[in-house]
Design a protein around this ligand. Structure first.
Ligand code: SAM
Length: 296
């Protein structure tokens, strides 16, 4: 896994020009506050600068960067408040204690993560996304949001708990490398929201939920953890529910048990695909499963 230092990352982000959706302007309204005077402001990126083909082939070898094992992963780039940098002399108080606990697989443009991060500011959450531009969009969105949060006065009503320090995204093929990033039982929630349906029979092996992959998801999810699926495609819902129901390590949770769960509500409504389905007045199919205890 290549390890970039904090300074390199900052430089990369600050140098990115408008073609990537980030612009370096002294302030958005031309008037600098004292805090902002020497800071290049990151703007919330615009999706039109980050368009990419709808599907990436999950079987070809993209140039992916992934750790040999979870212990080789340097999380400091993703969560600088929570992990010390490799060249940092001493961890700061509160660093190197937490682990990533929630994963949004195929997070797209990051709507779920941005909704959940301030609701659960003490939980580290990560989006995994295979498309390069889409991952870059989420990275830039988080960087700009963190920066604007840090510049708000503490009494501002727009200040959010945790200031989005608990959320990040990686470019990864979750179907191939999820166990490179997470230890056994590390995750307590894993989301599969509006995954690509791959309608044609010969393409179904590219679906993100297949019998073979469920063993990997069960491995990284701790007993008692929850796997969420939401889709607007009934056939895909039936496929996912069928395979999960038939897996010994997943126990279906009746939808009525999660009626008041704000996390499921966010999973149904806050992603970009979920919003599109709502605009088009489409149906949404939900299936959630609890990870069973490990067999003796
Ligand atoms: C239809 S989009 C849904 C995005 C998001 N969950 C939402 O609800 O808006 C499916 C996303 O999964 C990503 N994806 C597909 N296969 C993947 C894989 N193996 N690993 C990581 N991301 C994947 C795609 O690139 C795409 O962005």
């Amino acid at each position: 896994m290549s390890k970039r230092t904090h300074d390199q990352v900052e430089a990369t982000e600050m140098e990115a020009g408008p073609s990537t959706g980030i612009s370096l302007t002294p302030s958005t309204n031309g008037v600098n506050t004292p805090d902002q005077a020497n800071v290049g402001l990151l703007q919330i990126p615009q999706k039109r600068f980050y368009r990419q083909r709808a599907h990436a082939n999950v079987f070809v070898d993209h140039e992916l960067d992934y750790p040999k094992s979870p212990s080789a992963m340097d999380w400091s780039f993703h969560y600088p408040q929570y992990f010390s940098y490799p060249d940092q002399a001493e961890p700061l108080p509160g660093q190197n204690i937490k682990k990533v606990e929630w994963a949004d697989v195929g997070c797209g443009f990051g709507g779920l993560l941005m909704a959940l991060a301030p609701m659960f500011p003490d939980t580290l959450m990560l989006g995994m996304e295979i498309r390069t531009s889409v991952t870059k969009y989420v990275t830039d969105r988080i960087a700009a949001t963190r920066q604007s949060q840090s510049l708000l006065p503490s009494e501002s009503s727009e200040k959010k708990p945790g200031e989005y320090q608990n959320v990040s995204v990686i470019r990864a093929n979750a179907m191939k490398h999820i166990t490179n990033f997470f230890d056994k039982g590390q995750l307590s929630k894993i989301f599969f929201l509006f995954p690509d349906p791959h309608f044609k029979n010969r393409k179904q092996k590219a679906r993100i939920i297949t019998p073979g992959l469920l063993a990997e998801y069960a491995y990284v999810l701790r007993p008692g953890g929850i796997l969420y699926t939401v889709t607007d495609v009934k056939d895909l819902h039936d496929w996912m529910a069928h395979h999960l129901n038939n897996h010994p390590l997943f126990i279906p949770i009746p939808n009525s048990d999660l009626e008041d769960d704000p996390i499921l509500e966010a999973a149904r409504t806050s992603t970009e695909e979920g919003k599109k389905v709502e605009r088009n007045k489409g149906d949404k199919w939900v299936a959630c499963f609890r990870r069973a205890e490990n067999p003796e």
